[in-house]
Design a protein around this ligand. Structure first.
Ligand code: KIV
Length: 283
């Protein structure tokens, strides 16, 4: 029988050298499927700004919006450990702001942990949240909320100074209390070194296979997204194509009258024909 994933069971997996799976999720139906598949942790990512809301970046997403999506995901996850992303400007201002936002995410969704972006610059926030008993997943390397400062979605940690900075960020968030860290778009050997150096769980996205686990945005790995797929994404199925075909078939059958047939009709509880003919005359 599958057991509920917790910080303790996830840490045991790391210690046993077992890889940890993570997917993003934003709604109840998908959460049920992800949970049934045995995925260890689910991230209600602020990437929902792009995948669910159609923005170009994650920056417009609000705390209230995260809570609405998060609640639905939590209701679908019996075993997966649910992590809520902290959206842009819900934690950067101060440790107090971070604690209040993290508290709302946990209280109002029932999730198990929060995630925030940044390294050494957000250690006061991580400490305040973990001191309140809320597990924190940090996120370093390419942090999408800083896309304007980076000048685009680019690999971080290239060159000696940058690589040292990413490692120091990892150590800083660990010292502040983070139990997990997402390494996004970090050179693979650097990600493997960080994984060796830290006690916390490392989850890679575009960071090679040397991390303790992997995360992908579910629409990317299901092949539901059009346009450029990032190099680190594997499309496990072309679900976008299959879904579009089904929608087009439905459209054709509705228009031709092929749908619905008797099979999809409550024929047994149909009205008496004589009664209907009286109704027809009455009105
Ligand atoms: O918001 C998100 O989905 C993320 C993952 C890509 C790590 O931060």
């Amino acid at each position: 029988m599958t057991k509920k994933n917790t910080t303790a069971t996830l840490m045991e997996m790391k210690l046993r050298g077992e890889k940890i799976s993570q997917l993003t999720c934003y709604d109840y139906t998908t959460a049920c499927l992800v949970d049934k598949a045995g995925i260890n942790t689910v991230l209600v990512g602020d990437s929902l700004g792009m995948t669910m809301q159609g923005y170009d970046t994650t920056l417009p997403v609000t705390l209230d919006e995260m809570i609405i999506y998060g609640r639905s995901v939590v209701r679908g996850c019996k075993n997966a450990f649910v992590i809520m992303d902290m959206p842009f400007l819900s934690y950067q201002a101060s440790a107090e702001q971070a604690l209040m936002s993290a508290g709302r995410l946990i209280k109002e969704t029932g999730a198990n942990a929060v995630k925030l972006e940044g390294g050494a610059s957000v250690t006061a926030q991580i400490k305040a949240i973990t001191d309140a008993g809320i597990p924190v997943c940090a996120h370093i390397g390419m942090t999408p909320q800083s896309v304007n400062a980076f000048g685009g979605f680019k690999v971080q940690g290239k060159g000696e100074d940058n690589a040292r900075r990413v490692l120091e960020d990892a150590l800083a968030v660990q010292n502040a209390g983070a139990f997990m860290v997402v390494l996004e778009c970090v050179p693979p050997k650097l990600a493997a070194l960080i994984t060796k150096k830290v006690k916390m769980i490392t989850i890679g996205i575009g960071a090679g296979s040397g991390c303790d686990g992997q995360v992908l945005v579910y629409q990317d790995m299901l092949g539901m997204t059009d346009g450029g797929t990032p190099k680190f994404v594997k499309r496990f199925i072309e679900a976008g194509e299959l879904i579009t075909q089904a929608f087009a078939e439905y459209d054709r059958e509705v228009k031709s009258g092929a749908f619905p047939t008797e099979e999809q009709t409550y024929a047994k509880s149909d009205c008496d024909v004589e009664f209907l003919s009286r109704l027809d005359k009455e009105y």
